[in-house]
Design a protein around this ligand. Structure first.
Ligand code: TRP
Length: 334
């Protein structure tokens, strides 16, 4: 069986963008792969080193979101990154194999640096060594557990590419040690926001969280962007430029054809259409929220899942690191 290594930073609640971008794919794949899902608390600290409270609380929230979404602890190991010291060790060895200019060229970190209003490579005002180097630690996350495939959102592809480069370089210097993992993207690697933005994101203010209640969903859906040429309730409109229709489609509304034809014909008002979407969305979220509630009420189960997942991941990393130390001639007393 091939191995999946993937995960997310614990920095807040998960939204539909995460769900369709990567989580749904992991849920589907977990039955056919040896699956390890990491809660990347060390990586979260690269941005939040001065807010350990936030990272700590988000670890639990992320575990709940995973379990709620259908990550099944019988098929997947969920583990905490900081509890695998072998990964930190491997990160140090890898850091020799990556040039600083290569790190500056990573488009994802470049974009994130831009959000911090730092001109990447020109000023070191806010960009720390840890932030610049997090793709190296991500490469260690994946290779320390011998990962084959990495189901992630599209923003992570540059990191997996860098992981492959590092693995290749390591192998060429120290002998065949690592596989080159592959990124796997979902059918919908990026979903649009109800506001028409190309992307859903917390910082964009258009996120629909998996844990949102009816009042929150209603507020968000009612303010969705529709075909601007439709002024009156019975004006015909074009569903292809309507975000409400986009979500009917995304959430697989069974009446999709009716939604489309009524919208085209002008026999469907936007308010009614939004109300139908609220219903579809709540139905979609119901099983997710039910599972979340169960695990919220059973924190001891969540703790056990994380503990066992972490033990399994650590056992694997220990084995891989023996191989690494041997190949690097660091196996002094063995
Ligand atoms: N960079 C990922 C994110 O921002 C989290 C992550 C850390 C990750 N290590 C990983 C993803 C290893 C896949 C594989 O969410």
């Amino acid at each position: 069986m091939k191995t999946i290594i993937t995960g997310d930073r614990p920095t807040g609640k998960m939204h539909l963008g995460h769900y369709f971008g990567s989580i749904q794919n992991r849920v589907k794949m977990q039955y056919d792969y040896d699956t390890y899902i990491l809660i990347a608390d060390v990586q979260a600290l690269t941005d939040n080193f001065d807010n350990p409270e936030k990272v700590r609380n988000s670890v639990r929230e992320l575990a709940l979101d995973y379990l709620a979404s259908g990550i099944d602890p019988k098929h997947s190991h969920i583990y905490i990154q900081s509890l695998i010291p072998e990964v930190a060790e491997l990160t140090v060895y890898f850091s020799n194999l990556v040039t600083v200019s290569r790190l500056y060229r990573n488009p994802t970190t470049k974009h994130e640096a831009g959000q911090k209003k730092d001109k990447f490579g020109e000023s070191g005002e806010t960009i720390t060594y840890g932030f610049l180097g997090y793709p190296v630690s991500q490469a260690a996350d994946i290779t320390a557990l011998d990962g084959d495939v990495v189901p992630v959102g599209e923003d992570q592809v540059p990191h997996i590419e860098q992981t492959r480069e590092i693995a290749r370089k390591f192998n060429s210097i120290y002998g065949e040690t690592f596989k080159e993992p592959e990124a796997v993207l979902s059918e919908t690697p990026r979903i649009k926001g109800l506001d028409g933005n190309e992307k859903m994101g917390k910082s964009l203010g258009n996120a629909i969280y998996l844990a949102d209640n009816e009042a929150e969903i209603t507020k968000k859906v009612m303010s969705a962007v529709t075909d601007p040429s439709k002024i009156k309730k019975d004006d015909p409109a074009n569903p292809d430029i309507c975000m409400v229709y986009y979500y009917h489609k995304l959430l697989k509304n069974e009446n999709l054809d009716t939604v489309c034809s009524e919208c085209n014909a002008g026999s469907r008002g936007c308010v009614a259409c939004k109300k139908e979407l609220i219903k579809v969305m709540l139905e979609f979220l119901e099983p997710i929220q039910e599972r979340r509630k169960y695990y919220e009420e059973h924190p001891e189960e969540v703790e056990k899942i994380l503990k066992e997942g972490t033990e399994a991941a650590r056992a694997r990393a220990k084995e891989v690191m023996q191989r690494v130390r041997k190949n690097m001639k660091l196996d002094y007393f063995e």
